[in-house]
Design a protein around this ligand. Structure first.
Ligand SMILES: Cc1ncc(COP(=O)(O)O)c(C=O)c1O
Length: 309
């Protein structure tokens, strides 16, 4: 089990914000661990605990070829001495195809490569049942750690923060992190979510994860009432980026020594910096949740030819 003491709250000093009475802090979950970083440990913690308590053989989960979640699961299971199976999207791939898959394999994760067509079925009941028969007594964790255990792990993030911010900003993929954060809000805090996907219906996806977790509609409505969505910062869609985003990340690092990634946290910080120009943010404190993702930066630097850090 990892401890989260390294996840400090760091203030980012920006004089134009200070002049407006705005304090900006970052919850550095990216510092939790090299590979089980950011929201990954939050989402895996109770999945692993439950796997051990229920005496399951190990964890079986899903991911794409560069999945942050897959490598984090491989690493967390390795550390906890439990077996890990990763169902990987793409039957043209193998354990040598890239650094992420090589690392998963080095950490003893059994990699099972399936066609993109079959991978799409991963949320179908019949497919999950067939997997349970093929790999009996494994705990099946959805892609991105998107389940009840993942959500309650993320609920713990705000409990560790002493400054009580008025606004919390976070990147969104499966919604697990934002669902957990929304459950941890107090008083009039507002959660601002920035989906990394194009055409993503944040509130309905959050509702569906809450419903899957057995929560009732009244409570869900109350929680979603505290969420503000910024759907226009996807930069073309999941995994897409442009030079403006890469330059923003580069400059942010040069000015504040904070590394962001182009898939999630860079988009969310870009949104934050743009949205807080609005006067409604004057005289408030803002907390950005750094959800990690930095292991994916290398291949993007290589592909784009832009050195970010
Ligand atoms: C680095 C990073 N940030 C943010 C997210 C989005 O989190 P969630 O899927 O819980 O919405 C992910 C995906 O898990 C991620 O890898």
């Amino acid at each position: 089990m990892l401890n989260t003491n390294q996840s400090i709250v760091q203030e980012i000093e920006i004089s134009s914000l200070k002049n407006r009475g705005i304090s900006l802090f970052v919850k550095r979950d990216d510092l939790i661990h090299e590979t089980i970083s950011g929201n990954k440990w939050r989402k895996l913690k109770y999945n692993i605990e439950s796997c051990v308590v229920k005496k399951k053989k190990g964890i079986l989960t899903f991911g794409g070829a560069y999945s942050n979640h897959l490598i984090a699961t491989a690493s967390a299971c390795h550390k906890s001495g439990i077996k890990a199976i990763g169902i990987v999207r793409g039957d043209e791939l193998n354990a040598e195809s890239n650094e992420t898959l090589k690392a998963c394999s080095m950490l003893d994760m059994e990699l099972v490569f399936v066609s993109r067509k079959d991978y799409k079925l991963r949320i179908e009941k019949a497919f999950v049942e067939s997997i349970s028969i093929k790999y009996p007594n494994f705990m099946i964790v959805p892609e991105g750690g998107a389940n009840y255990y993942g959500m309650i792990g993320c609920q713990e993030i705000l409990k560790e923060v002493e400054v009580k911010p008025d606004h919390i900003f976070v990147a969104q993929g499966t919604t697990t992190t934002s669902c957990g954060l929304a459950m941890g809000l107090i008083d009039n805090q507002i959660l601002h979510v920035v989906p990394a996907l194009k055409g993503f219906n944040s509130l309905s996806e959050m509702e569906s994860l809450y419903l899957q977790s057995g929560m009732d509609l009244d409570w869900i409505e109350q929680l979603l009432g505290k969420v503000e969505v910024y759907p226009e910062y996807h930069f073309g869609g999941y995994g897409k980026y442009n030079l403006a985003l890469l330059n923003f990340i580069k400059e942010f690092y040069e000015n504040h020594s904070l590394k962001l990634d182009p898939v999630y946290t860079g988009k969310a910080m870009f949104a934050l910096m743009n949205e807080i120009q609005d006067v409604s943010f004057n005289d408030s404190s803002i907390l950005f949740i750094h959800t990690g993702g930095l292991q994916g930066v290398g291949p993007i630097e290589k592909k784009s030819g832009v050195k970010l850090f």
